[in-house]
Design a protein around this ligand. Sequence first.
Ligand SMILES: Nc1ncnc2c1ncn2[C@@H]1O[C@H](COP(=O)(O)OP(=O)(O)OP(=O)(O)O)[C@@H](O)[C@H]1O
Ligand SMILES: [Mg+2]
Length: 395
Amino acid sequence: MAGMQDTTTRIDTLVGDHARLLSERLQAHRAQLFPPDARRALRKFTSGEVAQLLGVKDGYLRKLSLEGKGPAPETRAGGRRYYSPEDIQALRRTLETGAKTPGTYLPGRRAGDKLQVITVINFKGGSGKTTTAAHLAQKMALDGYRVLAIDLDPQASLSALHGFQPEFDLLDGGTLYDAIRYDDPVPLREVIQQTYFTNLDIVPGNLDLMEFEHDTPRALSGEGGALFFTRVDAALASVEGDYDVVVIDCPPQLGFLTMSALSAATAILVTVHPQMLDVMSMCQFLLMTSNLLGVVGDAGGDMSYDWLRYVVTRYEPGDGPQNQMVSFMRSMFGEHVLNHTVLKSTAISDAGITKQTLYEVEKSQFTRATYERALESLNAVNGEITDLVQQAWGR
Ligand SMILES: Nc1ncnc2c1ncn2[C@@H]1O[C@H](COP(=O)(O)OP(=O)(O)OP(=O)(O)O)[C@@H](O)[C@H]1O
Ligand SMILES: [Mg+2]
């Protein structure tokens, strides 16, 4: 045993060394994936993809471009036409002016509609929160909604998926913590960053967020007993008019951050991987959430919401026990379980390895059937959620 012991270094020194080593390697890895001078940009979309996004025929898009209406697509070999994300938004504006039903191409909020705040939770790690939040935020942005994504997880996976590497990019703060801290908070606008997705902004995360968990007990016991659960809501109120939808990716724990996000939420999405251990853990999660939110509610916290849905993630339809779990959940929670599921797919996990979503990657990198099945399942889930958003606006 003694031979295995490293008696010369202290644990803090050793862990610190490891952190620096890892940080260097990660930075090199990122430089390889995304050269520093090449600002990460979103690929262009084929006219077929754009037609599908807009719900029109490809031929109609060709006619528009021939008539010089709307943005001019880039034409590549074989006459294939490609549109940038800005072009897609410009097409939406063009089409909307001639639309019979207002909101067909620009489906966001109208006067009187309230900002939708969708909080993605579950304290089971790896249940697909970040994957779900990222694909939802990006799809809604592509669909013409003005979206703000908030990374509430100190691990910052959502930020990483959008090209932010918290340990290098956010050295002087820049997370939601700055806007919700008890002493000298900054306006939320100061920590919002644009992404390379048109219509999608992000508040990145990093370890600073942990401070909120440490500060809150002190603030609660201090003078006036600050109300922790109003802080996210209050920060969002300052940018209320700039967005249609806010998507909050929560950490896998039920701390003050998550509770504040729940209090700010108008909708809650609980991600569940349909396996016994995950569902048992979710039971604990729901009990704790109920107790804690009860206390927050009694203290005057806003507990109203428009909808709550469970979304089955990493689902393998061929797996008997998973099917039983899904049926079990449906029998208990009924309409609260989304009809569609996010299928387990190597297309999603492989895209994740290069810090991308399925909406970003080039289809040609994948087996066509694999890509399409995964995309279809994500689109179906996102479509159901979008319908719920529209319903909340009375449509
Ligand atoms: N549908 C899917 N198919 C295949 N892999 C998936 C799918 N969804 C998520 N994954 C992979 O599973 C892992 C965990 O997913 P994700 O990060 O979304 O979970 P999480 O709930 O946010 O985790 P954490 O609790 O750590 O924040 C990731 O590596 C991701 O790429
Ligand atoms: Mg996550």
